[in-house]
Design a protein around this ligand. Structure first.
Ligand code: NOJ
Length: 576
């Protein structure tokens, strides 16, 4: 459980330890060729925007060749770019251009499964039962007299059984294969040496092209109990409930069916750690770039209590997403507990904390924070989301910003059913609408066929009111959410307290969070319904909403610095 990172593995000052990393969901960021789907040309044209926003790195969701059954998380060829998105030459140019602008590039590796169109799966399908080609996946005969029942009772995260039965060329049903996600995403067998060697080679392929790191998709899911035992029904004999993945528990110690994660047959198994030790060796075989070695961030959200730290031992991955805050309601005690628990969970491994409010899998936090008994109050949600941004950006560690979060976008909850593309919608039999509502293409300008996203009709319709939230409109409004993020990121970069200051909680009234980062910075977040007085002797560096007469309104956050002697308490924030 312990381990001190050596300087060769990033060191205490590695770039990612306090980075702000912007998540680009390729399909929905910017469309360069006018086909209605975001692409690499679109990203390249907007890199100056990201540099101007002040983020340190971009994480690009899978851009590899894919039939797009799950938005690109079904990869057919890890060494090629999806033609829908562009070419390898464009990817190489993008990496170089990002670097020239001072932005690091993190790719999204998907090791748990391939697409069913991957050449390995095609070979496995053709080669038949018992073949070496099938050994790279999980093929098994069915149960029951005619093999008509799945080999075990595992459930797909997207709903339904985690097994699909193949049909032979003669139309006769034959073996089943395992897929913890969609049937188009067959799970790889990570006890197979070719699987391990192939992924190490893929890492090298992209490291050779200059990428600075990888997000590791489903990092906790790679290893399976080779006996493939039944899970057993959940508590009360209920099948696994259908929930949006990742809104399930993290560190709660149970899977979605309520089964204990200790010795679970497919989540968070010990064997995965050997994979990451090998990946660390691959990353460390490259000369460090200025600011640190290449990094890995784990997506591991269903692990045993305290389990995250095991992925972050000195010879494994560098950081892991912490989805805990994104699960918690807008209440001071809850958020404070979330911060403390995450910091405590990482003690002993010296890994850097991470903070996530939204992603391509989660309901946008403007909507989460705006839910009331009468529906979603978007203005309330946006006010809280702006305050939450100042909260997480003041915490020690790195922060992930999901595209559109800097515009204060809300979830689009009224997409027409015929527009929905998430496999969860179909797999749940129309019970869950899935994740499309947070994937609607970004508004860049107030007019045009797709609000500046591209020249063609966007793959998901944008709400007309997003014209007023577009980058162009917010750019010209000093009180906009975009300008707030820019100011916050500039301050975060310029003041050393954000990198070095210890987090120290400060006594505060009920419903108010207050902490110092060293002597030079205090963050105060008022989650109570009443205004709260700001401390004397400090001036406001930045606030998420208007602050007057030394009083912080409800659902507002402020960053404070010691005031020069003689200044009035609180005071107006400086314009940045
Ligand atoms: C997690 C990704 O974030 C999600 O979008 C995807 O559907 C699953 N992994 C499967 O790859």
């Amino acid at each position: 459980m312990t381990g001190q990172r050596s300087t060769a593995q990033g060191g205490p000052a590695a770039w990612w330890r306090d980075a702000v990393i912007y998540q680009i969901y390729v399909r929905s960021f910017a469309d360069g060729d006018g086909d209605g789907v975001g692409d690499l040309a679109g990203i390249r044209s907007r890199l100056p925007y990201l540099a101007g926003l002040g983020v340190d790195a971009v994480w690009i969701t899978p851009w590899f060749d894919s039939p797009m059954a799950d938005g690109g998380y079904d990869v057919a060829d890890f060494r090629a770019i999806a033609p829908l998105f562009g070419t390898l030459a464009e990817a190489e140019a993008l990496i170089g251009e990002a670097h020239d602008l001072g932005l690091r590039v993190i790719l999204d590796i998907v090791p748990n499964h391939t697409s069913d169109r991957h050449r390995w799966f095609a070979a496995a399908r053709d080669a038949g039962p018992g073949s070496p080609e099938r050994a790279r996946y999980w093929f098994r005969p069915g149960r029951g007299p005619g093999g008509e029942d799945p080999p075990n009772d595992w459930r797909s995260v997207f709903g339904g059984p985690a097994w699909t039965r193949l049909v032979g060329v003669d139309g006769a049903p034959e073996e089943w294969y395992l897929h913890l996600f969609a049937p188009e995403q067959p799970d790889l067998n990570w006890s197979h040496p070719q699987v391990r060697a192939e992924f190490e080679s893929i890492l090298r392929f992209w490291f050779d092209r200059g990428v600075d790191g990888f997000r590791v998709d489903v990092a906790h899911g790679l290893a399976k109990d080779p006996e493939l035992p039944d899970l057993g029904a959940g508590p009360g004999g209920a099948p696994a409930p259908l929930v949006k993945p990742i809104e399930g528990e993290q560190g709660g110690g149970r899977d979605l069916a309520g089964r204990d994660l200790a010795n679970h047959p497919h989540w968070d198994r010990e064997e995965v750690h050997e994979v990451y030790r090998a990946w660390r060796r691959v990353a460390d075989s490259y000369a460090p770039t200025p600011g640190g070695a290449r990094m890995f961030v784990a997506e591991a959200w269903r692990v045993r209590p305290g389990g995250l730290a095991r992925y972050l031992r000195a010879d494994e991955l560098d950081t892991a997403f912490n989805f805990d805050l994104a699960r918690r309601p807008w209440r001071a005690g809850e958020l404070r507990r979330g911060v403390q628990e995450h910091l405590a969970a990482l003690r002993g491994v010296r890994a850097t904390p991470t903070w996530v409010l939204s992603s391509h899998d989660l309901t946008r936090h403007v909507t989460r924070y705006g839910r009331t008994e009468g529906g979603v109050d978007v203005e309330l949600g946006r006010r809280r989301a702006r305050a939450a941004a100042l909260l997480v950006l003041a915490l020690p560690g790195s922060v992930y910003v999901y595209q559109g979060e800097e515009l204060g976008l809300a979830e689009v909850e009224d997409l027409p059913e015929e527009a929905l593309r998430d496999p969860m919608w179909r797999r749940s039999g129309g019970v869950l609408r899935g994740r499309d509502g947070c994937r609607v293409p970004l508004p860049w300008s107030a007019g045009g066929p797709a609000l500046g996203f591209g020249a063609g009709a966007p793959w998901l319709p944008q709400p007309p009111e997003w014209a007023g939230l577009s980058v162009a409109v917010q750019d010209g409004d000093p009180d906009s959410t975009l300008r707030l993020y820019r100011s916050a990121l500039r301050l975060r970069r310029s003041r050393p307290e954000f990198r070095r200051g210890e987090l120290c909680w400060v006594d505060s009234p009920e419903g108010v969070l207050a902490f110092d980062r060293g002597a030079g910075l205090r963050c105060v977040v008022n989650l109570s319904p009443a205004p709260c007085p700001l401390p004397a002797g400090r001036r406001v560096l930045l606030s998420s909403g208007p602050v007057a007469a030394g009083v912080l309104p409800s659902d507002t956050a402020a960053w404070l610095a010691p005031a020069p002697a003689g200044d009035a308490p609180g005071g107006e924030p400086a314009r940045l």
